[in-house]
Design a protein around this ligand. Structure first.
Ligand code: 26W
Length: 821
């Protein structure tokens, strides 16, 4: 049942009322931003009814709760998504139209809450959507960064970063909950106290600095089930207000420091994706939100339960990569020092409560904190890790007597570092990878010793995405068509039903409709590009898209080198027929990642040359979309013909963009990497374009000293020409040095890394040949339409609803809840 607050007349009145109350204006006078706020507050009001009902139901049913701990939640805009999940989108759109307002324009007023970098953060957001939609009690736990992922500007082809002040106009959907604030302590020293009478030992932290963690709750609306879960993100406030009289007490410095600590701790999201930098502030952020979340979780548990030993029956903690893994030691600390348990009891509880997900095999992404930094910042937590490590080492020695190599490889504290992944594996009850291939590589390579020692902990959970945002909201035309063809809306909560579309694969009329929806979406994207880039693109050309974070392993460089190759071909052989293509890129580079930034500049330089060359008759266009983020991603996926998933095999843990393209009917052009393997399995190899080395081949080369790119450079004239064009000034107005580093990276070994670390030249031919096949397939309109439709029809497995159900069945064991209204 749809909430009566969305009944048209009532809704309109409420909007008017809000405009008046919030801004002292009438609807005609209010700005779009003000109207967005007024509408959002009406929506929030409706959400709150369900939010209260849900929390009441949870109190009553007392279900087991999952705490999804993540440093990142890449939510995307809330207004449209909340309306969709409350099944009120169309009603509200109409009501607003009657008021002379346009819902899409109001939605555009909302800043993207970008509290995440890329895949890992967006996955967390999809998971919260699925948990609520499936009716499981869940909390997201994270940080309320003042500044989220930076805004990207492209100036003269270069990336520039601008602060993302997403809270500038306030946030209608959040709720500050000062009554749940918790204190978090850093530094100082630990004093050991003996109680002569009882013989008890107590550990007292002294001379510490502390901050007050204040939660902001953010509603997570389930689809059409009146369930509203909570994303709890923590803000930091100074614990003592800055008071002048502290000066007299000699605390002046401390007061100022605590003020500063509170301000800096939640100031900004680290924009690194897959690269660990070892910054002290980042460890502070991690401990800050983990400690506050665990304290809150224990308070909540103890409100209704008095036996702390039964904690694992009522809560479980999922750690999203290594970032929150200090949680295991912090939970031990709370159980030992605050609850007064003995080590074995505390360990029993902790090791049944914590579970860890690995999201990357890139070795530079692994978090290993220097021991001196770690022990200084978290002295008591460090002591506890020492004890965990001591016991674990004893266990290794017992299992592998005399094998000190095992100890060296698996120890938590080693080489002056705290190895966070090791800590999580040792203390957790579950370790999972995020796609089948990824989990296999973890078991066979990266985490092999751990797998051999504790195979029962390892499992795979192939990622997924929410169809609510990435089809219903992002591609309403296709969503309606799917409902029409399936004769049901049930795919919204059961994506496996999409396979029912297969019966339309030989129906010419249906294929025509399907492709004309794609065309409409391409027109929409072309308009966006015209507005934002000033570039005219032809919606009849093939939209070939690569959008994701910029990283060498993702190989945007391979893509753009291939564009350079095509440009050479077209110029050289103008007589050869060439199907017009638009290559679309979107990517942010971490601010300090110089080479990634050079690749962005190169893409823009190639775009400049190619787009302005009249002689090629617009056959080739290159577009770099500025500030790629969730809101424009929705528009981009809907419009894509080709999904570029071209990472060096073995490097992309899963990928989730690949699934969003598939859902929207774009065949994958990719390597056998991450979840691409499972995508191909679902859709059939004939409906994807696969090229390049396999993960086994890559790993084999890596274990045997790499390969020699000079062999390829010397033997393949086309490749040689393209590579030389990096340093002959073709794309740099004569400047031969601008892309020298990229050139060198492909041909010569440098400072620890092999030449062409990511096998770009090795895979180039195979990529170019496969791109040729894409073109041939596209020319055959009928064949392409079938292929595209089959991708949409075969995407059922890749719903995050399926992923979450597997986490529930195999790891979390949660109870399903229904909310009556
Ligand atoms: C310490 C710096 C840092 C920051 C972020 C290291 C590692 C990360 C993330 C784990 C990187 C990430 O987002 N990984 C991506 O996770 C997705 C969700 O599982 C996968 O689909 C992607 O393949 C993986 O790259």
């Amino acid at each position: 049942m749809i909430n009566p607050r969305f009944e048209k007349e009532a809704f309109k009145k409420d909007v008017e009322q809000n405009v008046k109350q919030l801004f002292r204006k009438t609807v005609d006078e209010a700005s779009q931003q003000e109207l967005y706020q007024a509408v959002s507050y009406v929506v929030k009001d409706a959400i709150i009814d369900d939010w209260i009902a849900t929390q009441k139901q949870y109190e009553k049913d007392d279900p087991k709760i999952v705490y999804y701990m993540s440093m990142e939640f890449l939510l995307g805009r809330a207004l449209g998504n909340n309306l969709i999940n409350m099944t009120a989108y169309k009603e509200v759109k109409e009501a607003l139209e009657e008021m002379g307002l346009n819902l899409n324009e109001l939605e555009d007023q909302e800043p993207d809450p970008a509290l995440g970098n890329g895949g890992l953060g967006r996955l967390a957001a999809c998971f919260l959507d699925s948990l609520a939609s499936l009716g499981y009690a869940a909390y997201g736990c994270g940080i309320r960064y003042r500044y989220g992922m930076f805004k990207q500007k492209i100036k003269d082809g270069y990336q520039e970063e601008r602060p993302d002040n997403w809270l500038k106009n306030g946030n209608p959907f959040e709720l500050r909950r000062p009554e749940y604030a918790k204190e978090v302590r850093f530094g100082g020293n630990i004093r050991v106290e003996y109680d002569d009478k009882t013989g008890d030992i107590r550990f007292k932290q002294e001379n510490y600095e502390s901050v007050l963690a204040v939660p902001y709750d953010y509603p997570i609306v389930g689809y059409d089930n009146h369930i509203v879960n909570t994303l709890r993100i923590w803000d930091a406030e100074p614990i003592v207000d800055f008071q002048l009289d502290s000066f007299d007490r000699g605390d002046y410095h401390k007061a100022v420091e605590q003020q500063n600590l509170a301000k800096t701790i939640v100031e900004v999201l680290y924009p690194n994706d897959n690269h660990y930098a070892g910054k002290e502030l980042r460890l502070k952020q991690q401990y800050f939100f983990v400690s506050a979340s665990l304290q809150a979780a224990l308070t909540k548990y103890k409100k209704h339960h008095d036996d702390i030993h039964k904690l694992p029956e009522k809560m479980t903690i999922q750690m999203n990569d290594t970032h929150p893994t200090v949680a295991v030691a912090e939970l031990m600390r709370l159980l030992l020092d605050e609850e007064g348990l003995g080590w074995d009891e505390a360990w029993e509880i902790t090791s049944k409560t914590c579970a860890y997900t690995n999201h990357t095999i890139m070795s530079e992404a692994l978090e290993k904190w220097p021991i001196d930094l770690f022990s200084r910042l978290l002295p008591r937590v460090y002591q506890i890790i020492q004890e965990i490590d001591r016991r674990f080492v004893a266990q290794i020695r017992e299992m592998y007597p005399g094998n000190e190599e095992k100890v060296a490889k698996m120890q938590i504290l080693r080489d002056g570092q705290v190895k966070m992944a090791h800590l999580a594996i040792v203390a957790g009850y579950s370790v999972n990878g995020v796609a089948r291939l990824h989990t296999e590589i973890l078991k066979k390579q990266e985490l092999r010793d751990f797998y051999e020692m504790m195979p029962q902990k390892f499992n795979n959970k192939t990622n997924g995405i929410t169809q609510r945002r990435f089809l219903m909201h992002g591609n309403p035309l296709l969503a309606d068509w799917v409902t029409d063809k399936l004769g049901t809306k049930d795919w919204i909560t059961d994506l496996s039903l999409m396979s029912g579309l297969k019966k339309w694969v030989d129906d010419e009329e249906a294929l025509k409709e399907f492709m004309s929806i794609k065309y409409e979406n391409k027109v929409r994207l072309a308009k966006y590009i015209k507005e934002h880039n000033g570039i005219e693109v032809d919606p009849r050309s093939i939209f070939d898209v690569q959008v994701k974070r910029l990283h060498e392993y993702k190989r945007q460089l391979l893509n753009i080198l291939h564009v350079m190759y095509l440009y050479n071909e077209i110029k050289e052989h103008p007589e050869i027929s060439f199907y017009p293509r638009t290559f679309i890129f979107g990517a942010k580079a971490s601010a300090g990642y110089i080479r990634a930034k050079q690749i962005i500049k190169l893409i823009n330089s190639v775009a400049d040359v190619v787009n302005n060359d009249r002689s090629i008759n617009g056959k080739l266009k290159v577009v770099f979309i500025e500030d790629y983020r969730v809101s424009n991603a929705e528009i981009i996926f809907a419009a894509a013909d080709v999904s570029e998933q071209i990472s060096t095999a073995s490097k992309e843990a899963s990928g989730t963009g690949n699934m969003k393209f598939m859902l929207n009917g774009a065949p994958t052009l990719g390597t056998m990497d991450g979840a691409n393997v499972e995508i191909v399995e679902e859709v059939g190899a004939e409906n994807a374009f696969i090229f390049g080395l396999s993960s086994d081949e890559v790993i084999n080369y890596e274990n045997n000293g790499g390969y020699n790119p000079m062999d390829i450079y010397n033997s393949d004239a086309d490749i040689r020409r393209v590579v030389n064009q990096l340093v002959d000034g073709t794309y740099s107005q004569g400047d031969k040095e601008m892309y020298r580093d990229l050139y060198n990276s492909l041909l010569t070994a440098q400072g620890g890394s092999k030449a062409d670390t990511y096998f770009i030249l090795k895979d180039f031919r195979s990529y170019a040949d496969t791109q040729k096949k894409v073109e041939e397939a596209y020319r055959d309109k009928d064949r392409w339409a079938k292929m595209a439709l089959l991708n949409t029809a075969s995407c059922g497995k890749f719903s995050s609803d399926r992923t979450i159900q597997e986490y529930v069945d195999d790891i979390w064991h949660l109870d399903k809840v229904t909310v009556e209204v």
